[in-house]
Design a protein around this ligand. Structure first.
Ligand SMILES: [Zn+2]
Length: 181
């Protein structure tokens, strides 16, 4: 998994964050079950967890799908589109993407993309991209000594003013307040 460190994925599963469903799977070595990041089953111990980027990799390694979160349930065409766009955004969040770039990747019109994405996730691709960036920034604030300015660019924000504005919108505090919590 190139896009997230082990600790970032761990944070996401502890938060039961469904934003990252489909982008990686949690495999529990003791039960041989794999789950979506948002699964509400009892959390495993950290040392018993492995992460896989795809279902075939988890199955190959001997894991079975969780009955509760059903990570292997088939996806509708709409959810396939959403999943591939999420995965694109997670890989390209550092680039100054506009909606047209994302639509070009998906091979659909910007209008169609935004409508489908919003219907499925209740957020726009832009809002999702900003969430990825804020999550990345929050992780760096808590786990590194990088400055706010360094984190701003590391997380893919185009300017400090945009960073502060979006961060506050999503987490309801400033980056410095978040770090000191
Ligand atoms: Zn599960």
């Amino acid at each position: 998994m190139d896009n997230f460190s082990f600790d970032e994925m761990w944070e996401k599963i502890m938060a039961c964050d469904s934003s990252y469903d489909g982008l990686f799977y949690t495999a529990v070595k003791t039960t041989k079950i794999y789950c979506r990041p948002s699964c509400r089953s009892r959390k495993p111990k950290k040392i018993n967890v492995d992460f896989y980027e795809t279902i075939p990799e988890a199955v190959e390694a001997g894991f079975r799908a969780c009955k509760r979160c059903q990570p292997d349930a088939g996806l509708s065409p709409q959810m396939e589109l959403v999943k591939s766009v999420k995965s694109f955004l997670v890989q390209h969040y550092k680039e100054p993407l506009v909606l047209q770039d994302i639509a070009d990747f998906a091979g659909v019109s910007p209008f169609y993309l935004e409508r489908q994405f919003k219907q499925a996730t209740s957020e726009t691709p832009r809002e999702y991209l900003e969430k990825i960036r804020v999550d990345k920034a929050a992780h760096l604030l808590k786990n590194t000594s990088l400055t706010n300015l360094e984190i701003c660019y590391e997380a893919g924000f185009q300017s400090p003013s945009n960073f502060y504005k979006v961060f506050r919108t999503v987490l309801d505090c400033s980056p410095s307040e978040f770090r000191n919590k």
